[in-house]
Design a protein around this ligand. Structure first.
Ligand code: PLP
Length: 373
């Protein structure tokens, strides 16, 4: 067999571990119905306006979209009251993370700093970009060790990643703490970009209070990532965006793949932004579901961490792996966290009220069933 010489970074790569899909579990266990609460997708599905937009524009997909999705950029700039020169869109925020890493990191020379555990795309794409990856453990309660992160930064550090609310814990630091960290980072490493990943920020009870972006307090060394994959209900269409310093935005636009935001994603994004009624319902439903799931899990003796996101981190009194498998057999997919280095914890995405009830019922059985065996 032919042997190819591949960059070492690729040989060492551990792939991203996604949650199981509904099809996979239906087939494996011969189940008619499967509930997925594993990937933090929107609990109420697609907005009717988004669905209409996709159908309405289906006949246009033989055309290339407008490069850089300028209409969507204008709408997002208006949403956040920032100049459009500061907004870029991407094929999911993951694409933006990847390109920012490649834009700022010189392979073999620069480092990035992120937490352990953290969203694995930062470290996987960081590794591909040839960055040295410095990981700072979260505190015991899953809060950020900002001092430790700052201590890990030196003159060659190009990016620092902070996820707020954090995945997988749901932890959300006060916005003043993020601002203070940005300022200390600017003083220590003027050339380093703070990437604040706000993928779940709109689920916070008070977005204004929790988000620098929502409060329109933008440090000049910070980039803010948002996504249409969660609250906007468009994970399958792949659309994300970033509010970042204008000079980086301009370089970003030069370097990115042409047309990476596809025509349907742009139209769907515009439609989603226009559907404020659907949005109110999803945010309300998610917050209520989060409270009732947390209460239910605590009643069963699980440890549950406070979450500002559309998921909960919890630790059952029975082994997490057995609990996860038990739920799978009942047709409920949640997320084991071995790949995050948390084998004793589980993460469940907030579902709709029926899904939440089914999950709690199955958990009750799991907690009593698995502890007996
Ligand atoms: C889900 C998620 C995203 C979204 O990624 P997309 O590529 O926009 O789907 C980004 N950051 C974190 C931490 C996430 O959990």
């Amino acid at each position: 067999m032919r042997k190819f010489t591949v960059r070492e970074e690729f040989l060492a790569l551990k792939p991203y571990v996604p949650g199981y899909s509904i099809d996979e579990i239906q087939q494996k266990y011969g189940l008619a119905q499967v509930i997925k609460m594993a990937s933090n997708e929107n609990a109420l599905g697609v907005s009717p306006l988004v669905r209409e937009a996709v159908i309405r524009h289906a006949a246009s997909v033989f055309r290339y979209p407008q490069d850089g999705s300028p209409r969507l950029v204008a709408a997002l700039a208006a949403l956040h009251a920032v100049p459009p020169e500061r907004v870029v869109t991407g094929n999911g925020s993951n694409e933006i993370i990847d390109l920012m890493l490649r834009m700022l990191v010189v392979p073999g020379r620069n480092s990035i700093v992120c937490c352990a555990p953290c969203f694995s795309i930062y470290t996987i794409q960081g590794q591909i970009a040839g960055a040295e990856i410095r990981r700072v453990p979260l505190s015991e309660d899953f809060s950020f060790n900002f001092d430790g992160m700052l201590a890990s930064v030196d003159d060659d550090t190009r990016l620092v990643f902070v996820t707020t609310p954090d995945n997988p814990s749901g932890y959300c630091p006060p916005r003043a703490a993020v601002r203070a960290f940005a300022d200390r980072l600017a003083a220590k490493a003027p050339d380093c970009l703070l990437v604040v990943d706000e993928a779940y920020m709109d689920f916070a009870d008070n977005e204004q209070e929790a988000s620098l972006l929502a409060a329109r307090d933008l440090p000049d060394n910070a980039a803010f990532l948002r996504t249409f994959s969660k609250s906007w209900g468009m994970a399958g269409l792949r659309l994300g965006y970033c509010v970042l310093p204008p000079e980086l935005a301009s370089l970003f636009c030069r370097a990115r793949m042409p047309f990476s935001v596809n025509l349907l994603a742009e139209e769907a994004g515009l439609a989603a932004l226009s559907d404020s009624a659907f949005r109110e319902v999803i945010l309300q439903t998610t917050r209520e579901g989060r409270d009732s799931l947390a209460r239910g899990l605590v009643c069963m003796g699980c440890a549950v961490w406070p979450s500002a996101a559309n998921f909960l981190l919890f630790k059952p009194q029975v082994p997490a792996g057995a609990c996860f498998e038990f739920l799978l057999k009942k047709g409920i997919i949640i997320r084991p966290l071995d790949s995050y280095g948390l084998p004793e914890h589980l993460r469940v995405s907030i579902g709709n009220p029926q899904e939440n009830a089914a999950f709690l019922a199955a958990m009750r059985a799991a907690v009593s069933g698995t502890s007996r065996s």
